[in-house]
Design a protein around this ligand. Structure first.
Ligand code: HEM
Length: 436
C-alpha cells in the first residue's frame, strides 16, 4: 500500500495561507503533483487531502466506518457548534438524524416556505436602486431575518435590541471558527465566539420552557416536540445544540448561493430574463410546489452551486487506519474532502470555468458523469438535511428580487472571494440595481 506524499511547507502555517488565498490552486497543485490522495499541513496539523469524485465517494460512503465527521469539523470550525447534527457520528448521529428528519418532512417544508414569503417580500421592498448596490450584505441580512422568523418565529416578545444581540452573538460564533488564534485568549475572535455561544445558549434556554409547553410552527418549537415512531425525542440540551448548528448551517450557505446567482444572472441578462419570465407566472407568495417546478431556476441554482460550492471542503478524522484508492491513511488523522475541486475537473465538465446552466439539462446531464462529480450538499449519512429547505428559500428570495428589480454586473467582473470561512465576496458583490 502506498504512503501519503506531501510537499515541504512552512511549519505551523503550512498550506493554510494557500488555502485561504485560493483553494482551487492549492488543490490543483496537489492533484498534479501527487494525485487524489496526499497530505498538507493545515491549521497547524497534518491533513490528508482527498481530491476527485472517486476519493469523495470512498470517504462519504465510508464503508469501513473509518471516517468521523464530528472530530474533523471541531478541528476545522471550532467547538462553537459542537453536538449539532454534523458533529455527531455513527449510532448517535443515526438516532438524532432520524428524529430531526421529522422537522424536514414535505409538509413542514411547505409550511416554512409559506411562512417566509412576507419576511422576504418586506426585506426586498426595502432595497434601494443603486449603480453600486452591495448584494452580499443585503442578502445576508435577508437570510438572517428569514432564520429569525422560521427558526425562532415565536420569539415575538423579543425586543429588536435583543434580536440584534442574538444576531451579533451568532456572527461572533461564525467568525471565531475562522480566527487564526484558536485559543481562548482575551480580545480574540475565539473569545468573542465563546461569549457568543453563551449568549445563544442563555437566550434559547430562556425561551425553551414556553416552546415545550405549546407546539408552534417555528423550528425551535418543532424540535421540542418531534419524535420517532418509537417515541425517541430530543433533550433540552439537544434542542439548543441543534438550533445553534441549524442557524449556522442554513445561513452563510444560502447567502453565498444567492450572491453567486446574482453575480452570474447580472453577467448573463438573457438567463436573468428567462428566470423573470418563469417568475412572473407565479404570484407574490408562491408555494414550494410551484417553486420546485421552475426548471430554468433549477438549472441556474445547480450551476451556481457547482461554480462556487458554499461548503468547498468537508472535514473528517479517521477513527482507525484505512486506505483510500490504495493510499494508507493512519488512525487519528484529519482529512479534507474537496467537492469544490470535483466541480471544476475538466474530466467531468465541459469548459468548467464557464457559466453554462444547460450542462445540467437533457441530453447533457454532465452532473451524472460520476455519482460524486456534483456534491454541493455532500453525500452519504451526513448529506445536507436542509437541501430542500435551502432550495425553497433560495427560490423564494430570487423570485421576489426578479419581480421587483433588474440588475447588471460587469461581464469581466471576477469575484474576489474570501475563503477564511465559508466563501464570501470581499467586496460585498456590487451590482447595478434598478427597480422595474
Ligand atoms: C445552499 C445551501 C446549503 C448547502 C450548499 C449545504 C451544504 C451542506 C453540506 C456539504 C453538508 C455536509 C457536511 C459534511 O458532510 O461534512 C451539510 C450538512 C448539513 N446541512 Fe446543509 N447546506 C445548505 C443549507 C442548509 C440549510 C438551509 C439547512 C437547514 C435548514 C442545512 C442543514 C444541514 C444539516 C442539519 C446538516 C448535517 C447533516 C448531518 O450531519 O447528518 N443546510 N450541508
Amino acid at each position: 500500500m502506498e504512503q501519503m506524499r506531501r510537499k515541504r511547507s512552512w511549519p505551523v502555517i503550512g498550506s493554510t495561507v494557500d488555502y485561504v488565498r485560493d483553494p482551487q490552486r492549492l488543490f490543483t497543485r496537489q492533484w498534479n503533483q501527487f494525485g487524489p490522495v496526499s497530505q498538507i499541513s493545515f491549521l497547524g496539523k497534518p491533513w490528508a487531502i482527498l481530491l476527485g469524485p472517486d476519493a469523495c465517494e470512498a470517504v462519504l460512503t465510508n464503508r469501513d466506518k473509518a471516517f468521523a465527521s464530528g472530530a474533523g469539523w471541531v478541528e476545522a470550525a471550532g467547538p462553537f457548534f459542537g453536538r449539532g447534527l454534523m458533529f455527531l457520528d455513527f449510532a448517535e448521529h443515526h438516532l438524532h438524524r432520524r428524529i430531526m428528519q421529522q422537522a424536514f418532512t414535505r409538509d413542514r417544508l411547505e409550511g416554512y416556505t409559506a411562512r417566509m414569503q412576507s419576511t422576504i417580500a418586506a426585506g426586498i421592498d426595502g432595497w434601494k436602486e443603486s449603480p453600486d448596490f452591495r448584494a452580499y450584505p443585503a442578502l445576508k441580512q435577508l437570510t438572517l431575518d428569514v432564520a429569525a422568523e422560521i427558526f425562532m418565529g415565536g420569539a415575538e416578545h423579543t425586543s429588536p435590541e435583543d434580536m440584534e444581540r442574538i444576531n451579533r452573538a451568532f456572527v461572533d460564533c461564525l467568525q471565531a471558527a475562522t480566527g487564526i488564534m484558536r485559543r481562548d485568549v482575551p480580545f480574540t475572535r475565539w473569545r468573542r465566539g465563546t461569549r457568543g455561544r453563551e449568549v445563544l445558549d442563555d437566550f434559547l434556554r430562556e425561551y425553551l420552557p414556553a416552546r415545550r409547553a405549546h407546539e408552534g410552527d417555528d423550528l425551535f418549537s418543532i424540535l421540542c416536540h418531534i419524535e420517532t415512531d418509537a417515541g425517541e425525542r430530543f433533550s433540552d440540551d439537544d434542542v439548543i445544540d441543534h438550533m445553534v448548528f441549524l442557524m449556522m448551517a442554513a445561513h452563510d450557505t444560502s447567502t453565498i448561493t444567492l450572491s453567486t446567482m446574482m453575480q452570474y444572472l447580472g453577467q448573463h441578462p438573457a438567463w436573468q430574463q428567462r428566470l423573470r419570465e418563469e417568475a412572473t407566472h407565479l404570484g407574490d407568495a408562491p408555494t414550494l410546489a410551484e417553486l420546485d417546478a421552475l426548471t430554468s431556476f433549477d438549472l441556474v441554482m445547480k450551476e451556481c452551486l457547482r461554480l462556487v460550492a458554499p461548503v468547498p471542503v468537508l472535514a473528517r478524522k479517521t477513527v482507525k487506519a484505512t486506505a483510500v484508492l490504495g493510499v494508507h491513511i493512519p488512525a487519528d488523522h484529519f482529512a479534507l474532502v474537496a467537492p469544490h475541486f470535483s466541480h471544476h475537473m475538466s474530466e467531468y465538465w465541459t469548459n468548467p470555468a464557464q457559466f453554462d446552466p444547460e450542462r445540467f439539462a437533457e441530453p447533457r446531464l454532465e452532473h451524472k458523469s460520476h455519482r460524486h462529480a456534483w456534491d454541493p450538499f455532500g453525500g452519504g449519512v451526513h448529506k445536507c438535511l436542509g437541501m430542500f429547505f435551502a432550495g425553497g428559500e433560495v427560490a423564494s428570495v430570487l423570485h421576489h428580487i426578479l419581480r421587483r428589480f433588474e440588475w447588471t454586473v460587469d461581464p469581466d467582473y471576477q469575484v474576489p472571494m474570501n475563503y477564511h470561512s465559508l466563501p464570501f465576496p470581499h467586496d460585498g458583490q456590487p451590482v447595478h440595481l434598478r427597480r422595474i
